[in-house]
Design a protein around this ligand. Structure first.
Ligand SMILES: [Fe+2]
Length: 345
């Protein structure tokens, strides 16, 4: 007797009018969860045998064919795999779960409307509350396909467990995500690379002197600045050593997130088209939030002022502008939706 996994089930009707088959027939006994030979290939299915088979089936038994004879069975009866229920490809439970989440998101979108990034971002800045934007990213990434890449699946997983509060890193993830979409980079692979890079880009800072974390960047002496500039490389190195499976593009975004369009960045002093646009997006968003929180100057600046100074290219100590025309324009267009009174402020 064999275990059932080596066989596929058929219905007696699948045999048609034929009485002779070029493949063996088996019967499955659910009580013992095993399969036994019933009729050898090329042996006629005589009436007695047919009666016995019908008796077995009436008691809950099942007719089965060895999977190694699948093609012989299909050819004999001119069937396709789709015609036999047991041969149809089963939908993975993660795919089923994804379908459910897509429907949930559609429902949410009907209630809340499509995400209007500019308005939502301005609202979040105004209220200093990014929780709605973060929540929308979590719902969207929850519907990412489970079959694109490991990085996409990891991005979806990280968002599912981490995007549940309004904090510094979640703001960077959410705003980077929508800024990329605003720049017409909307496919799951691209967004997955960006999300994982946003979560992991500062992993290397954990390896630096603790004091650097609490000191404004503008107050670093030469040696401290040199030390701080190692963090993109350290993040890349730690991730490589950890064995976490991340795409080459994601690793590249992490490595390049401090490169700037005019070559003033680090660690490789790359320029323009030699820098991945996603690195510039992550760099711009990280810089805006870091600047606002006082990590650059030691003084907090409200986000509106930071972005307005960026838009007007107002020289402000430590404020960077070199994120490339496309991203710069995308950022400043958002600010252009501010009311006149805000602009005059
Ligand atoms: Fe950084």
């Amino acid at each position: 007797m064999s275990k059932v996994r080596d066989y596929f089930f058929i219905d007696i009707e699948h045999l048609g009018d034929k009485k002779l088959f070029p493949y063996h027939l088996f019967v499955y006994n659910p009580n013992s969860d095993s399969t036994s030979p019933f009729l050898k290939a090329n042996t006629p299915l005589v009436k007695d045998k047919l009666d016995f088979l019908e008796f077995i089936l009436s008691k809950g038994g099942r007719l089965a064919v060895d999977k190694r004879q699948k093609n012989t069975f299909l050819t004999t009866h001119s069937y396709k795999e789709d015609d036999i229920e047991d041969l149809q490809e089963k939908v993975h439970h993660l795919e089923e779960e994804r379908e459910r989440k897509i429907k949930e998101l559609e429902k949410q979108t009907q209630i809340l409307g499509e995400v209007k990034f500019k308005e939502e971002l301005l609202g979040a800045i105004e209220d200093n509350d990014f929780s709605a934007l973060i929540e929308r990213v979590r719902l969207e990434t929850d519907t990412f396909s489970v079959r694109v890449s490991h990085t996409v699946s990891l991005a979806s997983y990280l968002c599912g467990i981490l995007l549940r509060e309004d904090n510094f890193i979640n703001r960077i993830v959410a705003v980077s995500y929508y800024l990329a979409k605003n720049c017409d980079m909307k496919d799951e692979e691209t967004l997955g690379d960006l999300i994982c890079a946003a979560f992991f880009s500062h992993l290397g800072i954990t390896q630096l002197d603790y004091k650097l974390g609490s000191k404004p960047h503008l107050e670093y002496n030469k040696a401290e600045l040199k030390e701080y500039k190692k963090h993109p490389n350290l993040s890349h190195h730690l991730l490589t050593k950890s064995g976490v499976e991340l795409s080459d593009r994601c690793m590249n975004i992490i490595f390049q997130h401090h490169e700037r369009n005019d070559g003033s960045g680090y660690p490789m002093y790359k320029k323009g088209e030699h820098i991945d646009q996603l690195s510039l997006i992550l760099g711009a968003v990280s810089h805006i939030f870091e600047y606002s929180q006082g990590k650059v100057t030691g003084t907090t600046t409200d986000l509106k002022t930071v972005i307005r100074n960026l838009k007007n290219k107002t020289f402000t100590a430590g404020l960077e502008f070199e994120f490339g025309d496309k991203i710069y324009e995308s950022l400043t267009t958002i600010i252009n939706t501010e009311s006149n009174s805000d602009n005059a402020a």
